[in-house]
Design a protein around this ligand. Structure first.
Ligand code: ADP
Ligand code: 5GP
Length: 199
């Protein structure tokens, strides 16, 4: 591997914030990109939402009670937190200098309210909005995922329309039509930002 390519593989203490309407494919995309690009760390959020089938404590989320969550809010233990679709979610504090020393970049999968707060607190954060190709395809993905009731899906779709209205203040927009193409686009954004850091 050439020197330039090796450098592209190294984390630079960057923080990538990814938002998308629920069901767009954020989790799938982030997992695939992390398999392909080294030195990326996923920021495991705290949530009061109950675990879904297959989700693991400390890997997908840290599942906590509303009381524990409120205590963490009171002790200012979050970089940002928000109520999303009826549950609380929060991101633990991060220090980009420590990430840089460790040679990793961090990925935050958070909603638009959280992204706004993260942007205020981490002025170098790179904001990426993931869009589904259409509202119909989003509905199909939510139904295909098989995790939500019809009522929850309607609720998520109503929120999706509001979320999409926030996409304009993100630095990058990626459309998740074919997953392989979206993976390549997200990878290219990350490599590009790592290269910018080298100048
Ligand atoms: P999110 O994390 O944004 O809520 P998920 O990653 O759980 O979304 O994806 C929702 C569903 O859509 C899953 O069943 C996933 O396999 C599927 N999916 C993800 N990306 C695509 C794609 N590009 N085309 C078709 N289905 C997809
Ligand atoms: P889900 O329950 O489907 O995993 O996530 C629902 C929404 O909460 C998604 O939009 C996801 O990005 C968002 N989310 C997950 N973790 C956090 C967090 O720590 N902070 C904020 N603000 N949103 C989060």
């Amino acid at each position: 591997m050439g020197k330039k390519n090796q450098e592209d593989q190294l984390g630079k203490g960057l923080v990538f914030v990814i938002s998308a309407p629920s069901g767009t494919g954020k989790t799938t995309l982030v997992r695939r990109v992390m398999e392909k690009l080294p030195c990326l760390r996923f920021s495991v959020s705290y949530t009061t939402r109950p675990p879904r089938a297959g989700e693991k404590e400390g890997v997908d989320y840290r599942f906590v009670s509303p009381d524990v969550f409120q205590e963490m809010v009171a002790k200012e233990q979050f970089l940002e937190w928000a109520e999303v679709l009826g549950h609380y979610y929060g991101t633990a504090w991060v220090d980009p200098k420590v990430l840089e020393i460790e040679g990793v970049d961090l990925i935050l999968d958070i909603d638009t309210q959280g992204a706004k707060k993260a942007k205020e607190k981490l002025d170098h954060a790179i904001l990426i909005f993931l869009l589904p190709p259409s509202i119909d395809s989003l509905k199909e993905r939510l139904m295909g995922r098989g995790l939500d009731s019809a009522e929850t899906i309607q609720f998520r779709l109503a929120h999706a329309k509001r979320d999409v209205g926030e996409a304009h203040w993100y630095h990058h927009i990626v459309i998740n039509e074919r997953i392989e193409e979206a993976v390549e686009k997200l990878k290219a954004i990350i490599i590009d930002e790592r290269r910018k850091r080298d100048f």
